[in-house]
Design a protein around this ligand. Structure first.
Ligand code: OFO
Length: 174
């Protein structure tokens, strides 16, 4: 049985994953409006993934006979300075999520809640992978440079990264 504190903390995490999903959707829209289709496809997929992360916790709570609460989501930013600032914001969001997952793991350890501890290990790995992915994208943006000519190449790069992510998902290695 989950403690009330753990149920509240997991419900908060549902809200955080939901916010990530909507935030990435907003970023996808910004890219799509500017015909940066590779970047948009990447963010639409990320948004869908985050929705999946949210639902995984939702179902875990129900499986553990606890209340799963559909969250109120704060409206995400919809105006952005440029492509790089979007990926910087995405990295910052992932870092906030990582901290929150780590706090949940700490709570599970403190409460000797082995079921939740085991459940959260998937998120620990996912966060490591996500942060690494976004950092790699920022490195590539820095390498390519950000002039208007560069946007075409950044978009192509994102298209390739997105395709690799989709292929990994289909192989079940993501
Ligand atoms: Fe679910 O926040 Fe990252 O992946």
């Amino acid at each position: 049985m989950l403690s009330d504190k753990m149920v509240d903390a997991l419900n908060e995490q549902i809200g955080m994953e939901g916010y990530s999903s909507f935030s990435y959707l907003s970023m996808a829209g910004w890219f799509d409006n500017r015909s940066l289709k590779g970047c948009a496809a990447f963010m639409y997929r990320q948004s869908g993934e985050e929705h999946g992360h949210m639902m995984k916790i939702f179902h875990y709570l129900l499986e553990m006979n606890a209340n799963a609460i559909s969250p109120a989501i704060q409206k995400p930013e919809s105006e952005f300075k440029d492509v790089k600032s979007i990926f910087e914001e995405s990295l910052a969001q992932e870092q906030r999520v990582t901290k929150s997952i780590n706090d949940l793991v700490e709570l599970a350890i403190k409460e000797s809640d082995h079921a939740t501890y085991a459940f959260l290990q998937w998120y620990v790995i996912e966060q490591r992978e996500e942060e690494n992915l976004i950092r790699t994208i920022l490195d590539k943006i820095n390498l390519i440079g950000e002039g208007s000519q560069s946007l075409y190449f950044i978009d192509k790069e994102l298209e390739a990264i997105n395709k690799a992510q989709v292929a990994a998902e289909q192989r079940g290695t993501k």
